[in-house]
Design a protein around this ligand. Structure first.
Ligand SMILES: C[S@@+](CC[C@H](N)C(=O)[O-])C[C@H]1O[C@@H](n2cnc3c(N)ncnc32)[C@H](O)[C@@H]1O
Length: 321
């Protein structure tokens, strides 16, 4: 894509007329923060609103709901987005660099898919999933290349048509979610992909673990951390965004990083599930973030495929300001 468009810098938060120009998450992502944005705005640092904060960092970008809000409502000049999931980062980077070719491929997938019977659609899904998994070993992930475009289209297609919209990889890194049953899945949202691509002109997108955020970050930055949830019960055990584990050791390493960045004057916000939802005596986060403000806000977890188990639970929000 020729990237000639200027970035829309700051959008009036109250102006809904521009809604169709607004970029929004292009993947359904486990732990996505779309539902919490209105509440989160109250927690953003004052410097974001008065223009002192120039750079935004999000080391667990996922579907990027908070990035889309911050980048379109406040005057940040740059954004640095990371995730350890290389398939996810590949998709973000294809949208950034080659959105029109991606749209062409998705359009052709969409047309093929829509003509099929329900059974044949399911067959098409499993064939795409097989192609996707089989080609994994041929992908050159370290450097952007044109073969990424088809892969990004497959990821978006699989995400829009898979069961519950979960992107789950097994230990071998294979995508193993079964087909979903949707009447009219939105396989291609062309306007949104173009909007996202424009917005990403001011972003740097990297495949990396969260610790990299420490390197080269400036004091006038805001970092939002949305790590994998600490499982809310011993049995729920949801940690499988990728083949990488995220357990209490990693949560503590993240808290150490939070302290180091705090000492450098950087504004920080972090969210996680509240372990007290299940065990009121679980003080894990209260202990590892005891020097900081911890708020508890109501959130509805959508990850459980069983509607009856989608209970109202709290999310914690930690800030250092
Ligand atoms: C709760 S999700 C983020 C959701 C995101 N805020 C949204 O609105 O869609 C957590 C993300 O952390 C990523 N992740 C897991 N371990 C990581 C690590 N060590 N470093 C960086 N990212 C990691 C996962 O791939 C996943 O995308």
């Amino acid at each position: 894509m020729k990237r000639t468009n200027q970035i829309e810098q700051s959008v009036d938060i109250t102006n809904d007329e521009s809604a169709n120009k607004m970029a929004k998450p292009f993947l359904k992502w486990a732990g996505g923060k779309g539902q919490l944005i209105n509440i989160f705005r109250d927690f953003y640092p004052a410097g974001l609103k008065n223009g002192q904060i120039k750079s935004y960092y999000e080391p667990f970008i996922g579907g990027g709901a908070v990035f889309f809000d911050v980048a379109q409502h406040y005057n940040i000049q740059s954004a640095v987005l990371y995730d350890i999931n290389q398939e996810l980062i590949l998709t973000w980077r294809v949208i950034q660099q080659n959105v029109y070719q991606l749209i062409e491929i998705l359009d052709s997938i969409r047309k093929t898919y829509e003509k099929l019977s329900e059974n044949a659609q399911s067959g098409y899904y499993y064939k795409t999933r097989d192609d996707f998994n089989r080609s994994m070993h041929k992908v050159e992930y370290s450097e952007y290349n044109d073969s990424w475009v088809l892969r990004a289209a497959q990821i978006i297609f699989l995400n829009k048509t898979c069961f519950n919209g979960l992107f789950r990889l097994n230990q071998k890194g294979e995508f193993n979610v079964p087909a979903g049953r949707y009447k009219n899945p939105m396989i291609l949202d062309e306007q949104n992909l173009v909007n996202v691509s424009k917005l990403l002109e001011k972003a740097e997108i990297k495949h990396a673990g969260f610790k990299i955020v420490e390197h080269g970050i400036k004091a006038d930055s805001f970092v939002y951390f949305d790590p994998p949830y600490r499982p809310i019960s011993k049995t729920s055990g949801f940690t499988s965004y990728s083949k990488f584990k995220f357990e209490d050791t990693e949560q503590r390493q993240l808290a150490d990083l939070f302290h180091r960045l705090h000492n450098r004057g950087i504004k920080l916000m972090l969210s996680n599930s509240d372990p007290k939802n299940i065990d009121p005596d679980d003080h894990f986060f209260d202990e590892i973030y005891k020097e900081f403000k911890i708020a508890r806000i109501p959130a509805r977890r959508m990850i459980n495929s069983n509607a009856a188990k989608r209970v109202a639970i709290n999310e914690i929000v930690v800030t250092n300001y």
